[in-house]
Design a protein around this ligand. Structure first.
Ligand code: SAH
Ligand code: SF4
Ligand code: F3S
Length: 487
């Protein structure tokens, strides 16, 4: 949502500039002309739909795609019956992958009925060569395929696709570039993700992310803080700093800086009310970070600290570089320094070689840490990762049984952890009108719990004090005390 983008004064009779982001602005101007011609020919606006399949970083990328599509004159359709449909894919688990192929079949039929329709695919799945081969062989109706490293070239690739009858495919193996300052259109006007780093160097043995997102690259603190300032000027009150392992932020910069320092500098930005961040790798979480979190009330009382397994033996095979004991010690130190913190986690069951005893260690960690919520996953074999070649893959029945037992425990504890706030008052950022009951608003507390309460829709985007009247399992019904922040 940068308002200073002036595409109408770019001279398209000249050659496109070589430097970025000026080059992409040139192609946006070119695309805008083409889209406007299509609107005229069709006698109606051209519509688009961006579908996100992956994590917060994937979602932030989708906002960038949306920003460019909006800048070139497309309007959102809200459905896949649109003139430009783009899937921003994820490949972290096999089922994310399968979903994409299933839905492409439906898009093919829609395209047969709409001469203006174009289909594009991007994101992590496109970084896998077998996926691109399959698309070329069996999904020839797709117009454009690009990957994670060159997403900033979207405008240029879009122009190429409009001019080509064949599928345009542009995938890079890796990159060390970060292109700043392209438009992004936020899903919510009042909150935003902010990338602080890209890629991952950890190579957990089950995980495909380092292969599809490339090496770790940190943005400069100046660029990050400037982006947050601009977002605040544009109405944002909450940011989420995003990276696969935010705790290793800044280590490879020319002038190294710790994540904790970046966080405390961000907390000083006037007008910014709340900061969240995701994800923290336990091996790199510093005492400095715990102190910064404890000393700033702008930093939300929520820490996502993926444990993956409670067994030191499995953690070693996963290449996580911490033990059950060091993880429990870390969780205890965090809780001691910040008693009202909500800890959440990710857990994988059925990693190759996981025994019942290993699994019991995972249950033990869940009982000891008492997570406010946990994402539980069945291990999914990703080709090319070290774990895929490990012997002793676990049978589907055993995985399902462990998964069910884990989920029951996680949910029982999450319910109890949620209930401890009953009768207290918390600050909630009002996010939307309640989906089921229009007289209610839905707000998010600093600890990430949702609360529903009566109120006017004009409060959306404001932070209000809410009395947490009744715990309903994983969320609250509440009553607003007063609203605190005016525009
Ligand atoms: N960078 C983050 C995680 C990103 S992927 C971190 O290190 O915490 C999100 C989650 O997906 C992971 O935490 C893990 O629990 C899960 N995941 C990743 N690869 C997986 C696989 N092969 N099978 C099942 N779950 C997986
Ligand atoms: Fe994957 Fe591990 Fe990197 Fe997270 S830290 S993205 S789980 S390799
Ligand atoms: Fe998926 Fe890529 Fe995120 S694989 S989890 S979208 S980094």
């Amino acid at each position: 949502m940068y308002h200073n983008l002036d595409l109408d004064h770019i001279d398209l009779t000249q050659e496109p500039p070589k430097e970025e982001p000026a080059r992409q602005c040139y192609f946006m101007a070119k695309a805008k002309k083409q889209v406007s011609a299509m609107c005229e020919a069709a006698g109606r606006p051209m519509t688009f739909h961006v579908e996100t399949f992956g994590c917060q970083m994937n979602a932030r990328d989708s906002e960038k795609l949306t920003g460019i599509l909006t800048a070139v004159g497309y309007v959102p359709s809200g459905t896949e019956t649109a003139d430009f449909v783009i899937y921003n894919t994820c490949t972290v688990r096999e089922n994310a992958n399968r979903k994409v192929y299933g839905r492409l079949g439906k898009l093919k039929r829609l395209k047969e009925e709409n001469p203006y329709m174009r289909i594009a695919l991007c994101g992590c799945m496109m970084q896998e060569s077998h996926v691109v081969e399959k698309l070329r062989d069996s999904y020839g109706f797709v117009d454009l395929v690009f990957g994670t490293h060159n997403i900033y070239q979207f405008a240029q690739l879009f122009c190429q696709a409009l001019e080509s009858d064949a599928m345009v495919v542009e995938i890079w193996k890796d990159t060390d570039r970060i292109v700043e300052d392209l438009p992004a259109q936020r899903k919510y006007p009042f909150k935003s993700g902010v990338n602080i780093m890209f890629g991952c160097n950890n190579f957990c043995s089950y995980c495909i992310v380092p292969y599809v997102r490339g090496r770790e690259r940190s943005r400069s603190p100046q660029a990050i803080l400037e982006e947050i300032r601009k977002l605040v000027e544009d109405g944002v009150v909450e940011v989420m700093l995003l990276g696969q392992n935010v705790n290793s932020y800044g280590k490879t910069l020319d002038q190294p800086i710790s994540f904790a320092k970046l966080l405390s500098q961000a907390a000083e930005i006037p007008g910014l009310e709340r900061i969240r961040f995701m994800t923290s790798h336990p091996k790199d979480l510093s005492d400095e970070l715990i102190q910064v979190m404890a000393s700033s009330d702008k930093i939300c009382r929520h820490l996502h600290l993926p444990v993956q397994s409670g067994s030191t033996r499995i953690l070693d095979k996963m290449n996580r570089r911490y033990t059950k004991e060091s993880y429990l010690d870390l969780a205890a130190r965090i809780k001691k320094a910040i008693p009202d913190i909500a800890l959440t986690t990710d857990i994988i069951v059925g990693f190759p070689g996981e025994t019942e005893e290993d699994f019991q260690d995972t249950l033990d960690v869940v009982r000891k840490v008492r997570y406010s919520s946990a994402f539980t996953f069945q291990y999914s074999k990703r080709s090319g990762t070290p774990a895929a070649a490990m012997e002793e893959q676990i049978s589907a029945e055993v995985v399902q049984d462990r998964f069910d037992r884990l989920l029951t425990l996680v949910q029982d504890i999450a319910r109890e952890e949620c209930a401890v706030w009953e009768g207290t008052t918390g600050k909630a950022l009002v996010e939307q009108v309640n989906h089921q009951d229009e007289s209610l608003l839905t707000g998010r507390l600093g600890n990430n719990l949702l609360v529903h309460f009566p109120g006017e829709r004009s409060l959306i985007g404001k932070i209000v004090d809410v009395h947490l009247t009744e715990c309903k399992g994983f969320y609250y019904m509440g009553e607003m005390i007063e609203w605190l922040y005016h525009q």
